[in-house]
Design a protein around this ligand. Structure first.
Ligand code: NDP
Length: 370
């Protein structure tokens, strides 16, 4: 990144490529929750990079979910995380002995936060160990893998969720509530863009073998998911175009993608995503009776939104804490699943597959395969 401001913006969008190195020893998280220990969801994080650290810090605010374990391939991170988050030795794993987690009664769920193309393998391993699993976005490299992950979790009788934190975020939830209540009338158009200017050219996000794709995989998922929660419909076709202004840096993955989603009602969402410019985090919904605009729409917050009526007046919350407590509530208290199941990840993946197929076919219209 060019500046600290850009760096913060990238982290804020939740897509940062840089690993947070803010792992200086600190004091273990105080237990502030009133929920008895035997009623808490005990979580291990897998892949201790930039986003895992943000999740770990957020989880200090959780009431029902509690960080108790780690899975890492980097031994030097272990003492730092043990001290910073109060992790006990018995809850520390690496990628080779991960299967042994099945014998650990003190871990209920593993949260997979590794590079995209490892999600499939890691979720299958966690399911085989009989633990519930949260997997970061994008769920996998393609819909076929996503289906295999869903099937493996069903077979193992464990819950499978995707880290779609915005589904727990109050401004976003209010937008969806208003749409469902008909306050915008019939939705006529949606427009949204997500992205940032990516830094270090050697990072895994620019390698197809670890990232699965470029901007479309990483941040196109926000535009796609946003278009789906703005319309409440599932797209049936896509067209897509890529602009590549830096073919050297983006030789392996897509740089900037614009794509259109066609919905059964006949409306079209215009979407985009980029890895090559900043300040791109907007969503606009236009209905027959009203409109909503969110900007910033996809970052860690604060999320800001306005409608034809007024500003969306909702509290700013810690996304990661709300997400993990929401998931804990569903698992422990039998509440309905939040809208972040593996199926939700699969629905976005079907769109992403179709976008890449359209790109390969020079922007041809591609019908989404269910
Ligand atoms: P980082 O590169 O910062 O961290 C990834 C971690 O994965 C590494 O630190 C490493 O942890 C582990 N890892 C295992 N194998 C490899 C490998 N071959 N190469 C590199 N790392 C490896 O990535 P992020 O934390 O930014 O992203 C991780 C995932 O989280 C991605 O899927 C991304 O899309 C998602 N994400 C989601 C966000 C959201 O808002 N929902 C925000 C940011 C990212 P260790 O050394 O412990 O093994």
């Amino acid at each position: 990144m060019n500046s600290r401001r850009d760096f913060l913006q990238k982290l804020s969008l939740g897509i940062g490529a840089a690993t947070l190195t803010d792992l200086t020893p600190g004091i273990a998280a105080p237990v502030t929750s009133n929920v008895p220990a035997d009623k808490q969801l005990r979580v291990a994080l897998m892949g201790l990079g930039g986003y895992a650290d943000i999740v770990a810090r957020g989880m200090k605010e959780c009431k029902t979910a509690r960080l108790v374990g780690i899975v890492t391939g980097t031994p030097s991170k272990i003492p730092v995380w043990k001290q910073k988050y109060g992790i006990e030795d018995k809850n520390v794993y690496n990628y080779e002995n991960l299967h042994e987690i099945k014998n650990n009664p003190d871990i209920d769920l593993v949260y997979v936060i590794t590079p995209n193309s490892l999600h499939h393998k890691h979720v299958l391993q966690v399911a085989a160990a009989g633990k519930h699993v949260v997997c970061e976005k994008p769920v996998a490299d393609n819909a076929k893998q996503a289906r295999e992950m869903i099937a493996a979790c069903e077979k193992a009788n464990v819950k499978f969720y995707i880290g779609y934190r915005l589904h727990f975020e109050p401004h976003t939830k209010e937008l969806v509530r208003m749409r469902e209540a008909g306050e915008f009338g019939k939705i006529m158009h949606v427009n949204n863009y997500a992205g940032f200017k990516i830094g270090d050219p050697t990072q895994w996000r620019l390698k197809k073998s670890l990232a699965g794709g470029g901007a479309m995989m990483d941040v196109g998922v926000y535009s796609t998911n946003g278009a789906r929660y703005c319309t409440g419909e599932e797209p049936i076709w896509v067209t897509a175009q890529e602009s590549k202004t830096d073919p050297v840096k983006f030789k392996d993955v897509d740089e900037t993608v614009t794509f259109q989603l066609g919905f059964p009602s006949g409306i079209i969402a215009n979407c985009g995503c980029t890895y090559n410019f900043n300040h791109v985090e907007m969503l606009r919904l236009m209905g027959e009776k009203g409109w909503a605009e969110m900007n910033p729409a996809f970052g860690y917050g604060p999320i800001r939104g306005t409608t034809h009526k007024a500003a969306i007046d909702q509290p700013d919350v810690n996304h990661q804490a709300y997400q993990m407590d929401g998931i804990a509530d569903a698992i422990l208290n039998g509440k309905p699943d939040p809208n972040v199941t593996g199926e939700e990840g699969l629905k976005d993946m079907l769109v992403i597959d179709a976008v890449y197929e359209s790109l390969r076919k020079n922007g041809a219209k591609v019908f989404i395969k269910k």
